[in-house]
Write a protein that binds this ligand. Structure first.
Ligand code: FMN
Length: 273
């Protein structure tokens, strides 16, 4: 056990103190919220992990906008009406274990929304920084500059709801080729406005989300972000470890408190979820 001695030591993410370094990673709660209500199944799932001793429990991807949803049973946080359900879950996790911290990952599927998947909203088109489809998917709508700005607001408002519901932190899903990630990656971002065309412009969408959350929720409210350290796609232009290293200072400057480095996306040579 010697090599794991740090695992059980306290640490901090921004102002948030964690009793150990064990985190329940983001696992989407799809069917666990139904019709704006949290289910018993969901409460049991997350409270069991809290009782098991995790320092941090992250509630997996909840969608900031209807255009980012993968199916009818996916969980949304685009309206204040969802706050009571989220608050119930936060309270249950906090009560399950002293000192456990709990956060919510805010998410948008972007170009990786399969319009024709079994339970998707068939009337929705995927949206993306550029009209580049994946596999047999639908060509996504290229968001206008104004629509991108609106999407920043959707993420920020979602984070405000997470904070109002009593969570200790929020995580922005900026990995795996989904909307935020697809802006950061030169593989999927071919824009020529302020949201594309250079490393700084590719980082802008993510940075504006982080800055917006800090402005609305206060600088002490921890903002975490999951990013790709590698897209693992078969293309010259993509996120590589070097590219991710160059992106990180922009995110740090915007105020992000922690980066969770993951990898892969739907076009990848390796599977990702
Ligand atoms: C059932 C399931 C649901 C998942 N849901 C999410 C999710 O909502 N958000 C997310 O970022 N990752 C999700 N993941 C991916 C994992 O959190 C994790 O990133 C992945 O297993 C790779 O591990 P790594 O990030 O340490 O490389 C999910 C994985 C599984 C198996």
């Amino acid at each position: 056990m010697h090599q794991f001695s740090r695992l059980f030591k306290k640490t901090n993410i921004g102002t948030m103190e964690l009793k150990n370094r064990i985190c329940l990673g983001e696992i989407a709660p799809q069917a666990k919220f139904i019709g704006g209500d949290v289910t018993r199944q969901s409460v049991d799932f997350y409270t069991a992990r809290a009782r098991g001793g995790c320092g941090l429990v992250m509630v997996g991807g909840v969608m900031v906008d209807l255009t980012g949803v993968g199916g009818m049973n996916w969980c949304l946080i685009d309206d204040d009406k969802y706050i009571p359900a989220f608050a119930y879950l936060a309270k249950a996790v906090h009560e399950a274990s002293p000192d456990v911290k709990v956060g919510v990952q805010i998410h948008h599927l972007g170009r990786q929304m399969y319009k024709d998947s079994l339970n998707a909203y068939a009337f929705m088109n995927p949206v993306a920084p550029s009209p580049i489809k994946i596999g047999a998917g639908t060509v996504p709508h290229e968001l206008t500059t104004e629509e991108v700005e609106h999407m920043v607001d959707q993420f920020v408002e979602a984070a405000v709801r997470v904070q109002k519901a009593g969570y200790d932190c929020v995580q922005v899903h900026g990995a795996h080729g989904y909307l935020v990630s697809s802006f950061m990656s030169p593989f999927s971002n071919k824009r020529t406005d302020k949201y594309g065309g250079s490393l700084e412009n590719n980082a802008r969408f993510a940075c504006e989300i982080v800055r917006g959350i800090k402005e609305r929720c206060g600088k002490d409210f921890p903002v975490l972000m999951k990013i790709n350290g590698d897209d693992f796609v078969d293309a010259k232009e993509q996120i590589t470890p070097e590219y991710a290293k160059a992106l990180a200072p922009f995110l740090e400057e915007a105020g992000v408190d922690e980066l969770h480095v993951s990898a892969g996306q739907y076009d990848a040579l390796l599977p990702a979820v």
